[in-house]
Structure formats: structure tokens, C-alpha cells
Design a protein around this ligand. Structure first.
Ligand code: HEC
Ligand code: HEC
Ligand code: HEC
Ligand code: HEC
Length: 505
């Protein structure tokens, strides 16, 4: 495995360019990812998918070509997004974790603080993954551990804090190396309170906050003398922190535009609220004049604070940081070599699942269950509806997966086929010889063998309730879903609209 990883690092062409600190360049650039959760890429279902380890790789490479030394760290679940994998998913999830660890090794990740889902995996699986990784795993044996590394002219201490670890263990770890370090970075997997608690430990300069599992990245905030940093989840983006360290043992000033605009936005909202209230009080005339003056003074104070934010701060003589969050949208550059590894991974998973689940048949029909027949069978009588459906997104949903080598992927197939996991329906490998691929008529109208056999006597669900759509159109996969608006686009001539009812439909 180590050989494989060495080859990987070579094929990525890394390990040659190393920026040396220049005048006016940051002393250090820190690339932070939090709660990656095993995501190699976003599913691609939503309107503006963010993420992709190939896009992350392109950013890390660009940073390494820059003027400052780079340290790359991950806090919180890195490889798994759930503590207890369903048995059928174990192989796919482990394969995924191995691919990810290989790619991160190639990107010269410095260290990871595994999160709680990572740590809940069977010890042998975890040990094998760690063994195959070319980066450090933090706080695996103890509550808090620390290692030192050089970056440019700085000696860094990187502290791993195990979920739930006490403050004392962390303080002791920091103290052990404090004398000979210039900067101390602690990685945490826990709540905001946990991060603040660790930030308050004497000697800690930065806390990387894993464990929040939140989409929205949070700008730097202070805890004790430390700055807490966060970077969204699932690899949707990375937080890059330019650190200018001029003096030892001095606190850092946050000069980030990110924080400034966040504070400006908050103040703008408070000013707007208070101005509106004051206007109402002035008009009503029944608010005490003294009280009104107090409120006006409060408003003026807020406005002064707000204006101060518009004045560019004097050039920093002391220690400072500039943090920014870099989202990874579809159009972000991709690292071609990593992209190739991902494609290869998808092909391998597809092929492996096809074999592993070859015998996974759907549950047999129970008493009262109706069999699925597939859309083509409905089309024999409902030609117009069938013609419409074939050109609709639902009619090509399986092709969407096939084009990405994901049609046997357990994370994908369920919503892109018909009758998944239903009695007489489909599984990852069984789909009535292709009749149940795509989101067919029966996804919405229910299984239709009985109706198809004797349509005069046996009916079928006519109108689909929103709850059926939501089984697939959930917020994670269909962010813009609005039942009425989406439904309207389905009810068209040939499918559900009155004029076509007579023409045999
Ligand atoms: C053998 C021909 C035939 C087949 C096969 C068939 N249908 Fe029908 N379907 C009909 C006829 C005829 C009606 C009108 C029945 C009525 O008005 O009583 C109908 C009505 C419907 C309706 C309207 C129900 C209502 O209450 O107004 C839906 C929805 C429907 N079919 C869906 C399907 C689906 C989905 C399939 C495939 C699983 C299917 N049909 C297969 C002939 C067929
Ligand atoms: C079995 C899962 C499933 C169910 C149930 C389902 N959909 Fe979908 N739907 C999908 C998938 C998957 C796609 C995207 C297919 C593709 O493009 O590959 C989609 C796409 C759509 C689109 C096209 C969106 C676009 O941007 O073009 C509309 C509209 C839609 N669905 C509406 C509905 C409505 C309304 C319902 C319920 C009446 C429903 N769907 C039920 C899975 C489902
Ligand atoms: C929970 C159900 C669900 C799962 C699981 C799911 N999808 Fe989807 N997918 C959808 C729905 C619903 C849409 C349509 C969303 C919309 O238009 O609002 C969609 C749309 C898409 C689209 C956009 C199609 C287009 O042409 O615009 C792609 C690509 C896609 N899915 C790929 C995947 C992949 C790859 C996976 C697995 C990693 C996956 N999906 C897993 C439900 C799902
Ligand atoms: C994404 C969900 C969805 C899919 C897929 C879908 N339908 Fe429908 N269908 C609907 C909805 C919603 C209506 C409107 C019901 C109403 O107006 O009461 C409808 C209406 C109908 C009607 C009633 C027409 C009428 O006015 O009497 C028929 C027949 C029908 N669908 C057949 C089909 C067939 C056949 C397919 C597959 C080729 C199919 N549908 C695929 C959701 C779906």
C-alpha cells in the first residue's frame, strides 16, 4: 500500500515545488477542511453543487505554488459520514475511504483529527486505513497528542484533541512543547463550546473546529487568545488562513475581509432595526423623551462602529491573520490527475458492486402487494404519456448515473430507478431486465400490474401526493423542490391534461 501511495504522490507531481517565505508574504498559509465525511464529490443533484476532491486538489496545488509555506489540516470526520454503516454498505464505504486517503496522501495532507464516525469504525478497518495513509492521525491513542513540524522559519505544534477530552490533557500537551514552538494549532471534533474551551487553553493560537457538520462556513471568532476556524462540510470549500507572525507570544489580529463583512452585515441589520423603531416611536409621540434620546445615542454608537469598519486598518505591525473561505463550485478548476483517480474509483466500485450484489433479488410480493411492470408496459395503452415521459428528466434518470459510472453505486441508484427496495421492485442489480430503470410511471402512480391487466376493473393512484415526491426530492438532493411548481411541469398535454384524455390517454 505504501508503494502505491508513493506512486500516487509521484503521479500527482507533488513534492517538488516548495515556496520559501518572501518579504511581505505570509509566514504561513494554513489550508483547513472540516467534516469532509468521506465525500469524494457532491452527488450533483442540486442546483449549485459544491465540492469535489479534484477541485480541492487544484486549490491545494495553487497554494503550494504560492509564496508561503503551506500546512494542510483536516478536523472532524474525514472518511465516514455515519458511525454505523448498514452491512451492505461496508465494502463500498471502506473502498471510498481508501481512495480518499490515497488522494489526500498525494496532496501531502499534514494531519487529520478523525471525528466520531471515523472512530466508530471497526478497529481493524481503521488501523488498515491509518497504515495506508501518508499523513498523521491525531489523538488516536491518547486524549491529546502533539507533534512539531517546521514550516518556513516557523516551528509549529499541531495538537490533536480527542472528542470529549478534558482541558487539562490538552494544556499538558501544549505545555510540553510550548518553549520551542512559534505557533500552536489545535484540532477539535466537537461543539462550539468544546472549541472555545480548547481555545482558552494557554498557548493555543488556532483551533480548527470539526464536528459541527454545518454547510455554512463560520468566519474566525475568538476564544481566549486563540482564533477558531471552520470550513463548512463535505469538502464544499476550504478555509485558507494567511498567518503573519511577527512577534512571539503576542495575540493575533483578525484582518479578514470575511469577518469584516460579516460584522458589517450584522451592524447594518441592527442599525436598520433600531432606526425603524425610533421612527415609529417618534411618530407615536408617546415614548418618553429621555428614553428616545437614549435610543438615539445607541443608534449613533452603532453607526460610528459601522463607519469604523469602512476605514482600512493601518498596516499591521503585529501578528495578524487573513482568513477566507474558498467555495468549490462546478466551474472551479479541477486537478486532472485526481479527476482520473476518481473516475477509476467509480468504475471499480461499479464493477465490484455488480458482482457483490449479483444475487440481491427484491423481496417477494407479500399478501396484497402488486407487482411492478415497468413504464414500457404502461406505454402499451398510454402512448402519449409514455412519449412525454421518455423525454422527461425522469425518463433518463438512470442514464444520468450510467454516464458517471454510478448506476451500481449504493449512494445513488435508489432515487434514479423505480420501486427501489420494494417487494417485486428493484435492487441495485435487479430491475426486471431494465424495465425498472429510470424514475418510471410507477414511481408516482404505484405498482401497476393489476391495473394493466384489467384497467376497467382495477384502478391505480391517479394523483401523486407530495410525500411520494419527497422520498427522492428531499432537501439534500433537490434544494429547489416546490411541490406545486414542480408538479405543474408534469401535468402537460399527453400526460394529465384534459384535452388528451379522450385520445386514449
Ligand atoms: C391495457 C391497457 C392499460 C395498461 C397496460 C395500463 N393502463 Fe392505465 N388506464 C387504462 C385505461 C383504459 C384507463 C381508464 C380507466 C378508467 O377510466 O376507468 C387507465 C387509467 C389510468 C390512470 C388514471 C386513473 C384515474 O383514476 O383516473 C392512470 C394514472 C393510469 N392509467 C396509469 C397507468 C400506469 C402507471 C400503467 C402501468 C403500470 C398503466 N396505467 C397501464 C389502460 C391501461
Ligand atoms: C423515485 C424518485 C423520484 C420520485 C418519487 C420523484 N422524482 Fe422527480 N426526479 C427524480 C430524479 C432522480 C430526477 C432527476 C433525473 C435526472 O435528470 O437524471 C427528477 C427530476 C424531476 C424534475 C425535473 C427537474 C428539472 O430540473 O428538470 C421534476 C419537475 C420532478 N422531478 C418532479 C417530481 C414530482 C412533482 C414528483 C412527485 C409527483 C417527483 N418528481 C417524484 C426522482 C424522483
Ligand atoms: C434521495 C434521492 C437521491 C439520491 C440518493 C441521489 N439522487 Fe441524484 N437526483 C435526485 C433528484 C430528486 C434529482 C432532481 C433534483 C431537482 O432537479 O430538483 C436528482 C438529480 C441528479 C442529477 C442532475 C441531473 C441533471 O441532468 O440535471 C445528477 C447528475 C444526479 N442526480 C446524480 C446523482 C448521483 C451521482 C448520486 C449518487 C452520488 C445521486 N444522484 C443520488 C435524487 C437523488
Ligand atoms: C413524477 C411523477 C409521475 C410520473 C413519473 C408519471 N406520472 Fe402520470 N401523473 C402524475 C401526476 C401528478 C398526474 C396528474 C394527476 C391529476 O391531475 O389528478 C398524472 C396523471 C396521469 C394520468 C391521468 C391522465 C388523465 O387526465 O386522466 C395518466 C393516465 C398517467 N399519469 C399515466 C402515466 C404514465 C403511463 C406514466 C409513465 C409513462 C406516468 N404517468 C408517469 C405523476 C406522474
Amino acid at each position: 500500500m505504501r508503494c502505491f501511495l508513493a506512486v500516487l504522490a509521484l503521479t500527482l507531481g507533488l513534492g517538488c515545488t516548495r515556496g520559501q517565505p518572501k518579504k511581505d508574504a505570509p509566514s504561513l498559509r494554513m489550508a483547513v477542511v472540516t467534516d469532509l465525511k468521506g465525500y469524494l464529490e457532491p452527488c450533483g443533484c442540486t442546483s449549485d453543487p459544491l465540492g469535489g476532491i479534484d477541485r480541492l486538489a487544484a486549490q491545494i496545488r495553487a497554494l503550494r505554488d504560492g509564496p508561503a509555506p503551506v500546512i494542510f489540516l483536516i478536523a472532524g470526520d474525514a472518511f465516514f459520514d455515519t458511525a454505523e454503516l448498514e452491512p451492505v454498505r461496508v465494502d463500498q464505504a471502506n473502498r471510498n475511504a481508501r481512495t480518499l486517503a490515497g488522494i489526500l496522501t498525494g496532496l501531502e495532507l499534514t494531519a487529520v483529527l478523525p471525528g466520531r464516525s471515523d472512530r466508530a469504525q471497526p478497529p481493524e478497518a481503521l488501523a488498515a486505513l491509518e497504515e495506508a495513509s501518508g499523513f498523521r492521525w491525531l489523538a488516536m491513542e491518547s486524549d491529546a497528542d502533539v507533534f512539531q513540524t517546521d514550516a518556513g522559519s516557523l516551528r509549529l505544534a499541531v495538537v490533536g484533541v480527542r472528542p470529549g477530552a478534558g482541558r487539562d490533557a490538552v494544556a499538558a500537551a501544549v505545555r510540553r512543547v510550548q518553549k520551542e514552538t512559534d505557533l500552536t494549532i489545535a484540532l477539535v471534533d466537537g461543539s462550539r463550546r468544546d472549541a472555545n474551551r480548547i481555545g482558552a487553553v494557554d498557548g493555543v493560537d488556532f483551533v480548527l473546529q470539526g464536528g459541527l457538520d454545518e454547510d455554512e462556513p463560520i468566519p474566525p471568532h475568538q476564544a481566549g487568545k486563540a482564533w477558531v476556524l471552520h470550513a463548512s462540510r463535505q469538502g464544499q470549500g476550504l478555509t485558507v488562513v494567511d498567518i503573519f507572525r511577527k512577534k512571539k507570544d503576542e495575540p493575533f489580529m483578525d484582518r479578514s475581509e470575511w469577518s469584516r463583512s460579516e460584522r458589517a452585515g450584522q451592524l447594518d441589520r441592527r442599525i436598520e432595526d433600531l432606526s425603524a423603531k425610533i421612527a415609529v416611536w417618534e411618530k407615536s409621540g408617546d415614548v418618553d423623551a429621555a428614553d428616545l434620546d437614549t435610543q438615539r445615542a445607541r443608534l449613533a454608537e452603532l453607526q460610528t462602529k459601522r463607519q469604523a469598519l469602512d476605514v482600512p486598518s493601518a498596516q499591521a505591525g503585529g501578528n495578524s491573520l487573513f482568513a477566507s473561505w474558498i467555495p468549490l463550485p462546478k466551474k472551479a478548476p479541477r486537478d486532472r490527475d485526481v479527476e482520473k483517480l476518481m473516475l477509476e474509483h467509480d468504475r471499480v466500485v461499479n464493477a465490484a458492486n455488480k458482482v457483490a450484489f449479483a444475487d440481491l433479488a427484491p423481496a417477494p410480493l407479500g399478501h396484497g402487494d402488486i407487482a411492478y411492470v415497468g413504464s414500457a408496459a404502461c406505454g402499451a395503452c398510454h402512448q402519449a404519456a409514455y412519449a412525454w415521459w421518455r423525454n422527461h428528466a425522469h425518463g433518463v434518470a438512470y442514464l444520468t448515473l450510467q454516464q458517471r459510472s454510478k448506476e451500481y453505486n449504493l449512494d445513488c441508484v435508489g432515487c434514479h430507478v423505480t420501486g427501489y427496495d420494494q417487494p417485486g421492485g428493484s435492487t441495485v442489480t435487479h430491475n426486471l431486465n431494465g424495465a425498472l430503470v429510470n424514475v418510471g410511471c410507477e414511481s408516482c402512480h404505484g405498482p401497476g400490474a393489476a391495473h394493466g391487466k384489467d384497467p376497467e376493473k382495477v384502478g391505480i393512484v391517479r394523483d401523486t401526493p407530495a410525500s411520494t415526491c419527497l422520498q427522492c426530492h428531499n432537501t439534500q438532493h433537490s434544494d429547489l423542490f416546490d411541490f406545486d411548481a414542480y408538479r405543474k411541469t408534469l401535468v402537460v398535454p399527453g400526460h394529465g391534461l384534459a384535452p388528451m384524455v379522450r385520445g386514449g390517454d
